[in-house]
Design a binder for this molecule. Structure first.
Ligand code: AHG
Ligand code: MN
Ligand code: MN
Length: 317
């Protein structure tokens, strides 16, 4: 017996044509091509000496994996396009000047580094209108400047999710053709089924966060991987809520606004879900520094709403 739909023949560029500008299409296609290159490196990492650390730390004080560095090189090289003004990467301390284009690209070259060699990791891209870097004052920069975003998950299947032109679509990597083929379009976040949070941090959460996490998780089954992209893909396709709130060790939360929270929040909101810092949409939070962090609660709209209601009720004045 066969099941499922016949293989799609629509590739990423074909899907994007007519939905976004040629510049945005070119950026997303380059991101997808670079992701395929990184996937190849990840697939043989246990055989090629690419597992392990470099011995350096990045701007966030985190020890850098060899594959973090390789992934950063792949995306920095691939995304130097004429339409790009600047690049902001998790692995680059400073904003990188590229050219005179209208867009700033922010990316996390390798999300879920603690899972390298064991489980799924991915990459995240945000395409922002304007020249970010000079404008990090006065609350001028928010996620509302995003014109498109995307993320990949290097598992089987190897998936690419794109939010562009007012909708979210998923693509699967076809290795023989080295093509990203349309898997599903007009994605809409289903009702919540799974809750995704690092529960070992329970005692670090303020009381109102503890209450909000409990309220959002009510009736849901737990799944947490340590790779946000993997957990977010599950939430997007199967329904649920992913949470990384503020805690006593990370008072602003852990995840970075420009290349983690913003792009993934844009995907969730475009797919009809919620993306909140507890008090409101993450896309409205002023961003004043390239590596700024923020709390992140994202997924099925009703679960995010439960979080926000409990957070508001318990929050000290
Ligand atoms: P990165 O590997 O880019 O630094 O990001 C890791 C992030 C995210 O992918 C994941 O959800 C979270 O960190 C896991 O953090 P904890 O180990 O604190 O749960
Ligand atoms: Mn990350
Ligand atoms: Mn990373």
């Amino acid at each position: 017996m066969t099941s499922g739909s016949p293989a799609s023949r629509t590739d990423l560029a074909g899907f994007l044509a007519g939905r976004v500008s040629t510049d945005v299409c070119a950026i997303l296609v380059r991101f997808a091509e670079a992701s395929a290159t990184l996937r190849d490196a990840l697939a043989v990492a246990p055989l090629s000496g690419m597992l392990g650390k470099t011995g350096d730390t990045n701007v966030q004080g985190e020890s850098t994996a060899k594959l973090d560095e390789r992934a950063n090189d792949i995306f920095c090289d691939a995304l130097r396009l004429p339409s790009v003004a600047r690049i902001i990467s998790e692995e680059e301390a400073e904003v990188v000047e590229v050219g005179d284009g209208p867009y700033t690209l922010a990316f996390d070259p390798l999300d879920g580094s603690s899972n390298i060699g064991y489980s799924s990791v991915g990459s995240i891209l945000g395409i922002y209108e304007g020249i970010l870097g000079d404008a990090f004052t006065g609350g001028a920069v928010t996620g509302r400047l995003l014109v498109a975003s995307a993320f990949t998950v290097y598992g089987l299947p190897t998936m690419l999710v794109v939010a562009a032109g007012g909708e979210v679509a998923s693509f699967a990597f076809e290795p023989d053709e080295r093509a990203w083929l349309l898997a599903a379009e007009r994605l809409s976040v289903p009702e919540a089924a799974y809750t995704s949070i690092n529960w070992t941090y329970h005692d670090r959460w303020p009381a109102h966060v503890q209450q909000a996490v409990q309220a959002a998780s009510d009736g849901l089954r737990g799944r947490y991987s340590g790779s946000m992209v993997e957990d977010i893909l599950r939430v997007l396709l199967a329904g649920g809520v992913f949470m990384y709130p503020e805690d006593s060790s990370s008072p602003q939360g852990k995840l970075r606004m420009l290349y983690e929270v913003g792009p993934i929040g844009f995907v969730m909101e475009t797919a009809g879900g919620g993306a909140s810092d507890g008090a409101g949409s993450v896309l409205d939070v002023p961003i004043t520094a390239p590596h700024q962090r923020g709390p992140f609660i994202a997924g099925s709209a009703e679960a995010v709403a439960r979080y926000e209601a409990a957070y508001a009720e318990g929050r000290p004045d």
